[in-house]
Design a protein around this ligand. Sequence first.
Ligand code: UD1
Ligand code: CA
Length: 454
Amino acid sequence: MVARTCLAIVLAAGEGTRMRSARPKVLHAVAGKSLLAHVLAAVSDTSVTATAVVVGPNDSAVAAEAEHVLPGAECFIQAERRGTAHAVLAARRAIERRADDILILYGDTPLIRPATLLQLRKAIAEGAAVAVLGFRPDDPAGYGRLIVEGDQLIAIREEADADASERAVALCNGGIMAMAGETALAILDRIGDQNRKHEFYLTDAIEIARGMKLRAVAVEVEEDDMRGINSKKQLAEAEATAQQRLRQAALNAGVTLVAPETVYLCADTQFGRDVVIEPYVVFGEKVTVEDGAVIHSFSHIAGTHVGKGVSVGPFARLRPGTRLGEGARIGNFVEIKEAVVEAGAKANHLSYIGDAFVGANANVGAGTITCNYDGAAKHRTEIGKDAFIGSNSALVAPVKIGDGAYVGSGSVITQNVPADALAIGRSRQTVKEGWATRLRGLKTLGTKKAHAPD
Ligand code: UD1
Ligand code: CA
């Protein structure tokens, strides 16, 4: 497409919904990201020139999210909820700047794809004044119907205002629309509120455009793109679709998903080449997995960088701030948080490593715990390269274990250990020769003596 300018307007004014939640609807998450963030991502991938987000007067959290995910977005407040056209006009100042194309989207339609938006923009570039996305839902109840004649869209009839023959139309209004910037304001300003709900309906734009001898068209797309979220049930359905898409994209990129339907991804999960993900793995936000890494079953990973050839799990929990160097091995029942584990280091069994640095090729024995929290503040543990931490040790932070040092099993380490030293922090073993024999002897004598022999 030639470089046309485009303004995207995202309608996200809060409303009483069936979400039954204190959280604004568009801030609910799908694939680890808010509904609004999905819409804004689709918009910015369509190379728009400007984005306006329309929010209600009590929606400061929504405005903050918009600014967070798309810093250039401009927020407009719709002071009163008087319909979709009224909401669009809340962004009048942005519309007056006269972009070539204007895209209008709803903040609760997270599965819309850039390719679909580009189809709408193409219709405007080809001369339509208004282009509308249509779809054929299994259950059309509640949607406006697209009345099409030949290759032209002649009207959108809201269900409440439709007659029986119009209700029988299967092609429905997805709500997403594009308008030619040149005529948009003239059309929008002519929309009135003469309908059953006394709202300013954006859908009236079609008949008004036709009255002005302008062209309107419908672009039909599949239902998934148009899924609007009004309930927790629809939120779960959208999650399922989003997961399917993410799994498919991962498979297409060459990731081995042994059982794709059991792996949960985030919209921002990134994979290198020859990565293997075993069944039942959950990815939270901000995870990158480099080439050749294997994530074994039942691992939960968030905010983590998994280096080349790393092995994780089964049953590992990697929390935000974890960075695993090349070839590191993190085994079962190991939890890591805010820690760098350098190349070739191992923590193979039952450990907690928090607020820590583990040097290259260090070995963290089974049951090792970094005691990072003293009840008030968090402290760091540093383990040097090639160090060996014996099993069941407690490293009481702040503490440093030098390069190549050894810590004896079962130690409680409260002081720094120099490089190449051995530290043992446990009581010395005592052996009492013949003790058990003496105990058994006391028992056969039937003694009432309550305590064991010395
Ligand atoms: C709208 C369409 C309908 C379409 C359906 C698709 C109109 C008149 N009807 O109906 O044809 O089939 O979407 O889902 O456009 N909003 C505001 N301010 C308002 C009113 C709405 O910001 O004053 C925003 C809402 O936050 C929401 C969107 O606009 O994101 C749609 O509003 P909603 O009331 O849900 O419209 P529907 O009745 O579903
Ligand atoms: Ca709706």
